[in-house]
Design a protein around this ligand. Structure first.
Ligand SMILES: N[C@@H](CCC(=O)N[C@@H](CS)C(=O)NCC(=O)O)C(=O)O
Length: 213
């Protein structure tokens, strides 16, 4: 086992994006649970790791703490290049970045926004992080419409390619999977029966051992 530590929460879709990445690379990294239910993210000890009070955070051997999912991915990809999940050639790297960013901006964030602006238990916590924000019910409704468009757009994209960014599984698939699963679980928005390309892709990514991470 490496001496790296990943601070995470089992129900956190952002932490899952990193856990899947770690599983795809077959890395043995210690997981340290942060209990969001008891607001452990605001404890002095966790704030010393991430002053923004969010998971995930990766702590290196010398104590350096890295937060933000793409930054953690970047570190792990540089340190453990194979299998590449952020692309190998300049073109692949750019395409993975492009499709992953679209999956995050158009899918993952709208799902989060819809949940955080509607779930009663998140009143006053409409955004994760150190500052308290009230929920905006109308924003939740707009986000739900964006989630429906994300599913439809992804279904069209997957008519042309095997995986989200092209021929290989990549970080773009990880973000899309985390978005689809969270939409299904927390918004009751599952893949439609007629979205055959999306269903085909979903079955394929769920068959990978990393999907349970
Ligand atoms: N931009 C951050 C987002 C992290 C984030 O939103 N984490 C959520 C869990 S999915 C969190 O820590 N929530 C704590 C809270 O709601 O107070 C990243 O990329 O890591």
């Amino acid at each position: 086992m490496s001496a790296l530590k990943l601070y995470h929460a089992s129900g956190s879709p952002n932490a899952r994006r990193v856990r899947i990445f770690i599983a795809e690379k077959n890395l043995d990294i210690e997981l340290v649970a942060v209990d969001l239910g008891t607001q452990q993210q605001f404890s002095d000890s966790y704030r010393a790791i991430n002053p923004r009070s969010m998971v995930p955070a990766l702590v290196l051997e010398d104590g350096t703490a890295i937060s933000e999912v793409p930054a953690i991915w970047r570190y792990l990809e540089e340190r453990y290049p194979a299998p590449a999940l952020l692309g190998t050639t300049p073109e692949e790297k750019a395409l993975v970045a492009m499709w992953e960013r679209r999956a995050e901006l158009d899918g993952f964030i709208p799902v989060m926004e819809a949940v955080r602006n509607s779930v009663p238990g998140l009143k006053g916590r409409a955004l994760a992080g150190p500052h308290a924000y009230e929920q905006i019910p109308a924003l939740a409704e707009r986000s739900k419409a964006r989630v429906a468009h994300f599913f439809a757009d992804l279904d069209l994209r997957l008519a042309d390619v095997v995986f989200v960014a092209g021929a290989s599984f990549s970080a773009a698939d990880i973000t899309a999977l985390a978005a689809v699963d969270f939409a299904t679980r927390a918004l009751n928005h599952a893949i439609g029966h007629s979205q055959h390309n999306l269903l085909r892709w979903y079955d394929a990514v769920c068959a990978r051992p990393s999907a349970t991470a």
